[in-house]
Design a binder for this molecule. Structure first.
Ligand code: ADP
Length: 170
């Protein structure tokens, strides 16, 4: 087994670009939960080599959704988006950890419009409509930190020493 210390396997995320074990916030939206795509989505992220360190099913209220999408409040679809996300049943909130997980997580998700997302991406493979695009993923390391803090208490995000790290990172 390659020699990797426990500390190297579990470097705390400092929120700095380039940090080896960074974290991102992802969320299976109500349509993804209803269509039972949660397992498929987690499987894609785990198979890549990213580690699930936070997971919960939440039925968000308008306040939480408004805070989450605060940067979009001037957009024409904002009101409908907040209503949809807060009145359609549960979402699955997740924190994934790993090298490049913020930006590469977005690559794995695809672009906002599923019909413009490449096959092989989550939205490209699993959805059709922009308002039912299955998943959210943080757009940058700073939003990732804010969103993790918004959706999770610190003690709800695990400090996992992943036993496969030495086989994923050199
Ligand atoms: P992304 O989720 O790809 O980061 P945005 O942050 O721009 O995209 O938008 C947040 C969410 O708002 C999108 O995922 C989508 O569900 C919804 N949305 C974006 N644009 C539209 C639109 N033109 N009409 C309806 N819903 C939209």
């Amino acid at each position: 087994l390659p020699s990797v210390s426990a500390d190297e396997q579990n470097v705390p995320y400092q929120g700095l670009p380039g940090t080896k074990y960074e974290r991102t916030f992802m969320m299976v939206k109500p349509d993804g939960v209803q269509r039972q795509l949660t397992g498929e989505i987690i499987k894609r992220m785990e198979t890549k080599g990213y580690v699930l360190v936070g997971l919960k099913m939440v039925t968000p209220d308008e306040k939480l959704v408004s805070q989450h999408y605060d940067d979009l409040k001037a957009r024409p679809f904002y009101k409908g988006l907040v209503k949809y996300m807060s009145s359609s049943g549960p979402v699955v909130a997740m924190v994934f950890q790993g090298k490049g997980v913020v930006d590469y997580g977005r690559v794995m998700i695809g672009v906002t419009d599923p019909l413009k997302s490449a096959p092989g991406t989550i939205r490209g493979d699993l959805s059709v409509d922009v308002g039912r695009n299955t998943i959210h993923g943080s757009d940058g390391t700073s939003p990732a930190q804010d969103e993790i803090a918004l959706w999770f208490k610190p003690e709800e995000v695990a400090d996992i020493k992943n036993c496969a790290s030495a086989w994923i990172y050199e």
